[in-house]
Write a new protein. Structure first.
Length: 56
């Protein structure tokens, strides 16, 4: 006997309401993230700070 393939109409993924975590990594270690962004982009931010300080 031959096997007939079975077609699936949809695959539904669901999370249990007891297992959901809303943005867990957003607030984790935020001071280190801010420090890293500032030290990484200080050259780009210098002209902006200068222009804001002169009132242009």
């Amino acid at each position: 006997m031959g096997k007939t393939p079975v077609r699936m109409k949809a695959v539904v993924y669901a999370l249990s309401p007891f297992q959901q975590k809303v943005m867990p990594g957003l607030w984790k270690d935020i001071t280190t993230k801010i420090h890293h962004k500032v030290t990484e982009n200080w050259i780009s931010a210098t002209p902006v700070v200068f222009l804001l300080g002169t009132g242009c």
